[in-house]
Design a protein around this ligand. Sequence first.
Ligand code: ARG
Length: 493
Amino acid sequence: MGQERKMLWSGRFAQGAADETLAFTSSLAVDRRLARYDILGSLAHARMLARQGVIAPEDGERIVDGLKKLYAQAESGALAIDPKLEDIHSNVELLLTSMIEDAGARLHTGRSRNDQVATDLRMWQRDAVLETMEAIYELEHVLMERASDNVEVIMPGFTHVQHAQPISLAHHLMAHFQRLARDAERFAQCYRRTNVSPLGSAALAGTTFNIDRLYTADMLAFDAPCANSLDGVSDRDFVAEYLFAASLCAVHLSSMCEELVYWSSPEFGFVDIDDAHSTGSSIMPQKKNPDVAELTRGRAGAAIGDLVNMLCTLKSLPLSYNRDLQEDKAALFACHDRTVSCLRLAAAMVAAMRFDKERMLAATRDGFLNATDLADYLVTKGLPFRRAHEAVGAAVRYCIEQGKRLEELTLDELRSFSELVEEDVFSVLPVERCVLRRMSVGGTSPNVIPMQFSQGMSALRKQSEMFQNERARLRSAYQRLLDRGTPNGKSLV
Ligand code: ARG
């Protein structure tokens, strides 16, 4: 039979649970990361209880003092966590009780671990979202910087991994920027739905005590208390949203890294990934492999796995709290750590890699990248586009037979496909002209790419304001919780 250790809930039981059961149900290995949020949440709860007269001012005072000590220990890594206890909440409460006895035993009045863990996790996720947004910001920043240095660099643009039309390297890099900008926006929206306080939902139905949920929400810098206590203890939409935003971001990174893997192959030779972000082979002495790009590409699978894991856990769960919900944290923590490290490495890799501009330009010579431009030329001479497409298709076939490029055909050869061709055709065929003339909004012309830079700059400014302001707001709210005088009623207001 199980050990005799006193659990928070041991009163109801004649014997302790089996050791196997305790090990099986424990979440401590994962949720110890919540320690500081658990203590801050308890501080807000204790101050509120004292302020409302639910507990005596002296008890409130002792609880707050004890929690402050525990907070300092948690911050310095010195919190004496007992690995045998079920979770971090039990640890904090029992440490407090061993310090101040009965006063500590009053902390859990009008509260349950169900609203407590949901509150802690939302507080943790606020910081996680801000950290993820900052890591996205860094990569966006690097992409924009590299793009602004390479506006005039011409490379083949691809569809179906086949040569399509020539583009500016900057344009390609900014396409990756746009994806990340949407990721950042998604995380900002996820933040808003995360920032709601379940504290005071208690086990599921609210509480008979005269608590003040607006006050605790405000003290913990939440936008508002959640409206329904059943929903408060069971809602993990915010976790699923984080995991979705992270999965899509990981998919974006995998797409970019896939390109870098083959761009760095000798067949492409578009980019040289820095030694700092490459590794070698244990048998082939000559090898330099793009492992950072490959692992980032590969780890997208784990992010999607975390998302599916969470959705499957939530699927068919009845209201309200069910122990299944404990599984949310492992997926969320792992996904967050992985997402941030992938983003940071990607930023360093993109910042340091070298583009081979000559190789890129040389690659535009073959594959008839200017075929659309020849068709467009015929349209400007009056030919319906479908006819022009057909004529240029025939010209391309002729070029393939002759081993020539379109721009190498003579005027007479070109005229054999359409009478409308004149001498000025040669001004539209060079790839530089193909790129320059694509000036439609969002196009690849160096004349319009700067529009993307100015829009991108203002998106970046908005993002950094958000994570900096929010961080400052949270920091000062937490500081207020820790600094305030003893909770003798009025001084708490
Ligand atoms: N470790 C639990 C979790 O993460 C805390 C809540 C436990 N509540 C309960 N009724 N057993 O969900």
